[in-house]
Design a protein around this ligand. Structure first.
Ligand code: M6R
Length: 610
C-alpha cells in the first residue's frame, strides 16, 4: 500500500526515482509524484492515475537535481487525485515528505497546526508531517523529523528532504517496510528491494523504530530515540531481470509460466536421501519432535496465503495428527484464542509485510507460542519477528494476483508436513518416500498444464462474458476452489464464489442455472466419486460445468460442457497443478475482458495497513 523511494547521489534523481517507482507500482497506482532539490529549492511534479501519467508530465516539464523523493499511492485518506498525491509539503514548500502507512492521530495534530496558522491543501493524513516538521525545525532536519515522529501514532515508512539542507535525506519506519540501498557514491531508501536493484544489491533492512540520516557519502542508522545502530548490509541475490516482464505481456502470465522453475527452487536442498530436511528448523527440532511440547498448530494468512493455510491444515492433520486450525490474520489478531507455549503458529505470507499477519504473529508470540513463517521476501518484517522462517524462494512476485508464491507456499506446507511427520514418526518412512516421489514429478506435470495455455485461452473466451461463477471442490481441493474464485474476482471483476461441493445441497444449489458456469475440480482422488455425484446434481439442474479433471477421464464427458485435463497427481500435491490451471483460466478471462491484469482496480500487492 503505497510505495516510497528516496535518492541522494550523483545521478539525475528523477531517472533513478522513476525507475524505482516503476518497480513499486504494484503497491499502489492511483497517483504518483516526485519532489527534487535542484540547488534553488524544491520542485514537484504529481499526476493522478497510473505512473505513466507522471512520466508524460516529466517529459514535458522535467525535474532536475540529485536528491529527491518519490511516491506511488494506494489511497487510504482522501480520494485519489492530484491534490492528495504525495509528496506533501509544508507551508513554504521547502520540506517534502512521502509516506506509506496511516497517521492515526492526524486530526488532532492538524487542528493544532491549523490553530498555529498552517495551511493545509489535501485530505490526507500525511500532510500533517511536513507541517509538523516545519514547526519543529531549528536548523537540523534529522532532529525535526525525529521530534515529529515522537508525536505521531500509527504506522509509517517516510522519506523527507528539505530545501534548507539540500544534501540530506532523512527516512524512518514503524510498521511499514523500508530498506536502505548502499550504492557507489549514492544511497537509496525504498519500500521494497526491487526498487533498488538497478543501483545496488547491497541492502540494509531497517527495523521498526529506526531512522536513517543520509548525506552525500555518509549514512547513519539510529533509533527514533537517537541511539546509533550498527547493522551489517546483506547482498541480495535477486536479479534485475526477475523483476522484468521478459517479453511476456503481463507479469502475471510470466509468473504463472515460471512455476516449474520456482517450485524446483522451493524444494532445492530440502529433499535428501528420500527425506525432507529443513535446516532452518534445526534450532526448534527438540520442541517440534515432541508431541508434549507442541500439541496444536494454528496456520495464519490473508487472501491467497490463507487459502494455502487451509490446504496445509489437511496435510498437517494427516501427517502429524494434532489439532490444526486455520485463521484469517485479520480475525485472529482480535480474537482470544487459547494459545499456550505448546502451540505452533505458522504464518504464511508472500510479502512478509501484511499488517494483519504481522500483528497476529506478535499476538501469538506474546502468548508464548512458537511461531514460524512461510515467506517469500527475505528479511521482510514478519521474518524478523518469528522463531524461524521457511523461505519459499519463488523469486520476486510483481503481479498483484499471487500465483507462483502460492504454489511455493503449498510446496513448503507439503514438505513441512512430511518433515514433522518424520520427526514425530507419525507418518511411515516408506509413505513419505512415496509421496516425495509424487512431489518430484510436479515441475514436469506443471509444464504439461502450461502447454494447454492456448486451449484454456479459447475456453476463457467462451466464458468471459458471464458475470457470476461458482467454483466447487472437496477435501484438499475445496481451498483450491476458493483460490480459483479469488483469482477470477480480483483480476476479472466477475463475482465468483468458491464452495465445498458437499455443502451445495444445503443452499447453493438454488443458484444453479445456465447463466452461472460451475467450475468443478473433479481430479482423481479419494473423493472423486463424491465429486462425480455433485457434477450430476449440477448437470440435472441445467448448470454449465467446466471440469478440472484428470487426463483420460471419460466418465464425466456426458455431464460437462468443457474440461481442462491435468496429469494424474497424488491428491496431496494435486492442489499445486489444479492452481496452475485455475490461474491460467482467470488470466485469460481477464485478458479477454480487456482488463489491467497486473494492476487490478482498488487492490495493492502488499496490504501494509489494516
Ligand atoms: O503478502 P501476503 O501473502 O501476506 O498477502 C496476502 C494477501 O494480500 C494476498 O495473498 C492477496 O490475497 C493476493 N492479491 C491474492 O492474489
Amino acid at each position: 500500500m503505497c510505495g516510497i523511494i528516496g535518492y541522494i547521489g550523483k545521478q539525475e534523481a528523477a531517472e533513478v526515482l522513476m525507475e524505482g517507482l516503476r518497480r513499486l507500482e504494484y503497491r499502489g497506482y492511483d497517483s504518483s509524484g516526485l519532489a527534487l532539490l535542484n540547488g534553488q529549492g524544491l520542485t514537484i511534479q504529481k499526476a493522478h492515475g497510473k505512473l505513466q501519467r507522471l512520466v508524460d508530465r516529466l517529459q514535458k516539464d522535467p525535474l532536475f537535481g540529485t536528491v529527491g523523493v518519490g511516491h506511488t499511492r494506494w489511497a487510504t485518506h482522501g480520494i485519489p487525485n492530484e491534490m492528495n498525491a504525495h509528496p506533501h509539503t509544508d507551508c513554504k514548500t521547502e520540506i517534502a515528505v512521502v509516506h506509506n502507512g496511516i497517521i492515526e492521530n492526524f486530526r488532532e495534530i492538524k487542528k493544532s497546526l491549523e490553530g498555529a496558522g498552517h495551511q493545509f491543501h489535501s485530505e490526507t493524513d500525511t500532510e500533517v508531517l511536513p507541517h509538523l516538521i516545519e514547526s519543529l525545525y531549528k536548523g537540523n532536519l534529522f532532529q525535526a523529523v525525529q521530534q515529529a515522529l515522537q508525536r505521531i501514532h500509527g504506522s509509517y515508512a517516510i522519506a523527507v528532504v528539505s530545501a534548507k539542507e539540500p544534501n540530506r535525506l532523512v527516512a524512518a519506519r514503524k510498521g511499514s517496510p523500508l530498506v536502505l540501498g548502499l550504492g557507489k557514491n549514492e544511497f537509496l531508501v525504498a519500500s521494497d528491494v526491487p526498487a533498488l536493484l538497478k543501483q545496488t544489491r547491497e541492502i540494509v533492512y531497517l527495523e521498526d523504530g529506526e531512522m536513517v540520516d543520509i548525506g552525500v557519502g555518509s549514512v547513519r542508522i539510529l533509533t527514533i530515540e537517537g541511539k546509533l545502530i550498527q547493522r551489517e548490509s546483506i547482498q541480495v541475490d535477486w536479479d534485475i531481470s526477475q523483476a522484468e516482464k521478459e517479453g511476456y505481456p503481463h507479469f502475471m502470465i510470466k509468473e504463472i509460466m515460471e512455476q516449474p522453475r520456482s517450485l524446483k527452487q522451493t524444494a532445492a536442498g530440502r529433499i535428501q536421501q528420500g527425506k525432507v530436511m529443513f535446516q532452518e528448523l534445526e534450532v526448534l527440532r527438540a520442541g517440534l519432535s515432541d508431541p508434549k511440547k507442541i500439541n496444536r498448530v494454528i496456520l495464519l494468512g490473508c487472501g491467497t496465503a490463507y487459502h494455502a493455510g487451509l490446504i496445509g491444515e489437511y496435510l498437517l492433520e494427516k501427517f502429524i495428527q494434532v489439532p490444526v486450525e486455520v485463521e484469517m490474520s485479520s480475525e485472529f489478531r482480535y480474537s482470544s484464542p487459547a494459545i499456550t507455549p505448546e502451540t505452533l503458529v505458522i504464518a504464511v505470507s508472500q510479502s512478509g509485510e501484511t499488517a494483519d499477519t504481522l500483528a497476529s504473529v506478535r499476538h501469538a508470540k506474546k502468548q508464548g507460542a512458537t511461531v514460524i513463517s512461510i515467506c517469500n521476501v527475505v528479511g521482510s518484517s514478519i521474518t524478523r519477528e518469528v522463531d524461524a522462517t521457511l523461505y519459499t524462494h519463488a523469486g520476486p512476485e510483481i503481479a498483484v494476483a499471487s500465483t507462483k508464491a502460492y504454489t511455493s507456499q503449498l510446496a513448503v506446507l507439503f514438505l513441512l508436513s512430511l518433515y514433522l511427520g518424520g520427526l514425530r514418526k507419525t507418518a511411515p518412512a516408506d509413505e513419505n518416500e512415496r509421496l516425495l516421489g509424487h512431489f518430484k514429478q510436479l515441475p514436469e506435470q506443471i509444464e504439461k498444464v502450461l502447454a494447454q495455455s492456448s486451449n484454456i485461452q479459447e475456453l476463457a473466451g467462451r466464458y468471459a462474458q458471464f458475470d457470476r461463477f461458482l467454483y466447487l471442490g472437496r477435501h484438499v481441493n475445496y481451498p483450491s476452489a476458493l483460490e480459483g474464485a479469488l483469482k477470477l474476482k480480483e483480476i476479472s471483476y466477475i463475482h465468483a464464489e468458491g464452495y465445498p461441493a458437499g455443502e451445495m445441497k444445503h443452499g447453493h444449489i438454488a443458484l444453479i442455472d445456465d447463466k452461472m458456469p460451475v467450475l468443478c475440480i473433479v481430479t482423481k482422488s479419494s473423493v472423486y466419486e463424491k465429486m462425480f455425484s455433485n457434477l450430476q446434481e449440477v448437470h440435472a439442474r441445467g448448470g454449465k460445468i467446466i471440469a478440472i479433471a484428470t487426463q483420460g477421464d471419460s466418465e464425466i464427458r456426458g455431464l460437462i460442457q468443457d474440461g481442462v485435463y491435468l496429469p494424474e497427481a497424488h491428491e496431496f500435491v494435486s492442489p499445486i497443478i489444479v492452481a496452475v490451471a485455475l490461474q491460467l483460466f482467470a488470466y485469460h478471462v481477464a485478458v479477454h475482458r480487456g482488463l489491467d491484469v497486473d494492476q487490478p482496480r482498488n487492490l495493492a500487492k502488499s496490504v501494509t495497513v489494516e
